[in-house]
Design a protein around this ligand. Structure first.
Ligand SMILES: CSCC[C@H](NC(C)=O)C(=O)O
Ligand SMILES: [Zn+2]
Ligand SMILES: [Zn+2]
Length: 403
């Protein structure tokens, strides 16, 4: 750490050094760090434990009009595991290279966003401002293992009392000089197809074995996948923009489980699929279609390991004043934006499912996409630029007049 480092960068690096890495995240040190930040800045904060070992840190900066709906700034505190031998420096060392790249797990996903919110509020407070609308910040655990941290918060009384009108959450890096803005996500379903069938000697041609049933079912999933792949190749939006991954439904066979010995036909066989359903698809109809894949196979069933019953999006037209404010702010700042559907899943899907508009944005322009990858980094210049961006953005959104 050099003597002339920007204090915001020093604080960011401190956050990165806290090992909130799955599967054993150090949430206690993390909560202490966040509480200290809130105290320094001068906003109220508390730790809520919907589950004892899984603290959620909630902060509030009261606005001038408590009757208006509020702004939520959400981020998750956990990070994904590392393959340490593949890193050029300690993933939790937050080493800063000569060119300003800060290397650490979480530098992009998404500790940069969590501390940028705090720095922005620090700046606004230093400018002597108080927002019209109340601003809440939520720091939730376990996004990286399915989002139970957010699920507890979103179904709590705290959440209801917050009366949230609009939320910001994470986006993704963009190697281009533009910001990705996610206004929706595909619904993530993880399903196991379990087939049971006739057994016997591996040298025979026995009918309707578990494997032969599963094979036919897998083929139906794969035929659907091929059609979606084709859609992705040729699909075009009405504005002429080609389809992106978020615009189609993806199916991946990610798990296979069966067998005890080569010459023994197994009684049971299981195929696991990762399915992501595009917001353009009706979830009930999709479910019917998928369950139709197993209908003609006796003694088969589908088990839902992960099921999310919403792929609702936030409107990006003039009817949504949060969008108008966001879009106009970016335009004024000359920040190009690329609105898209997020292909994977973040906690913001849970916010949208509650009927609250939300955008996923991480100020990671001109930055390679390194979330969950080795040697994840963010350049300090981009980080500081992002704080400046958030300072103005939060000021704008939290001062949006009554709608
Ligand atoms: C169903 S929760 C899983 C969340 C995870 N999110 C990311 C960003 O990788 C995913 O999309 O697989
Ligand atoms: Zn994330
Ligand atoms: Zn992640």
């Amino acid at each position: 750490m050099s003597a002339n480092e920007h204090p915001a960068v020093t604080r960011f690096r401190e956050y990165l050094r806290i090992k909130t890495v799955q599967p054993n995240p150090d949430y206690e040190t993390c909560s202490k760090f966040l509480l200290r930040q809130a105290e320094e800045i001068g906003i109220s904060a508390k730790v809520i434990r919907y589950v004892p070992e899984k603290p959620v840190v909630l902060m509030t900066w009261e606005g001038r009009d408590p009757n208006l709906s509020t702004l939520l700034l959400n981020s998750h505190t956990d990070v994904v595991p590392v393959f340490e031998d593949q890193w050029n420096s300690d993933p939790f060392g937050a080493v800063k290279l000569e060119n300003g790249d800060i290397v650490a797990r979480g530098a992009q996903d998404m500790k940069c966003v969590g501390t940028s919110y705090l720095e922005a509020i620090r700046n606004l407070k230093a400018q002597g401002k108080q927002p019209l609308r109340t601003i809440h910040l939520s720091y939730v655990p376990d996004e990286e293992i399915g989002g139970a941290g957010m699920e507890h918060f979103i179904n709590s009384e705290d959440f209801t009392k917050f009366n949230i009108g609009f939320a910001l959450d994470e986006g993704i890096a963009n190697p281009k000089n533009a910001l990705k803005v996610f206004y929706g996500e595909r619904a993530p379903w993880w399903v196991n197809v379990i087939a049971r069938g006739n057994v016997g000697h591996g040298s025979m041609l026995i009918k309707d074995t578990a494997m032969s049933k599963l094979h036919r079912i897998i083929n139906r999933f794969m035929d659907f996948r091929a059609a979606q792949e084709r859609q992705l190749e040729i699909g075009v939006h009405h504005n002429g923009k080609p389809y992106a991954l978020g615009d189609v439904t993806s199916v991946n066979l990610t798990k296979l489980q069966a067998g005890v010995q080569h010459n023994v036909i197994p009684e049971e066989a299981i195929a696991g699929f990762d399915v992501r359903i595009s917001p353009s698809v009706d979830l009930n109809r999709f479910k019917q279609m998928m369950e139709g894949f197993i209908l003609c196979e006796s003694d088969t069933r589908i088990e839902y390991v992960q099921y999310f019953d919403s792929n609702d999006t936030t409107k990006i037209d003039d009817s949504n004043l949060w969008w108008v404010a966001f879009r106009d702010y970016c335009k004024e700042r000359d920040v190009e934006i690329e609105p898209e559907i997020f292909p994977a899943a973040t906690d913001s899907r849970q916010i949208r499912a509650k009927g609250i508009p939300a955008f996923g944005v991480s100020y990671l322009k001109n930055t390679p996409v390194l979330l969950h990858d080795h040697n994840e980094y963010l350049n300090e210049k981009v980080y500081l630029e992002g704080i400046d961006f958030y300072t103005g953005l939060i000021d704008r959104l939290a001062n949006l007049e009554s709608m």
